[in-house]
Write a protein of this length. Structure first.
Length: 100
């Protein structure tokens, strides 16, 4: 009997969460349309891009990581370490296209 009560409690909580999500979507307070996820970079479908996008991440050790971040058309290589972070190099998209 106790297991049946727990199952119904879980079902009640999930149905309440679903109802709240449905009401919020119906009221226009949240929307899942127009947003796609490609790898680590989030971009909008209508052609509008965010000004800062995480392009790639490479873990060297548990404490050392390299990140490529695109900021307003410029790609920046950032190294993170236990003491903080530092910019290794920057490049524009046009310069990278010319090198390739």
């Amino acid at each position: 009997m106790d297991v049946l009560r727990q199952v119904f409690s879980v079902l009640l909580v999930f149905s309440l969460l679903g109802a709240v999500l449905w009401l919020l979507r119906r009221g226009g307070r949240i929307s899942f349309q127009g947003l796609t996820v490609r790898g680590l970079a989030r971009t909008r479908v209508q052609g509008k891009t965010k000004s800062m996008v995480a392009v790639e991440r490479l873990a060297l050790t548990p404490q050392h990581t390299l990140h490529i971040v695109r900021v307003n058309g410029r790609e920046v290589l950032v190294a993170t370490h236990p003491q903080g972070c530092s910019v290794v190099t920057t490049a524009t998209e046009q310069a990278m296209g010319a090198k390739a």
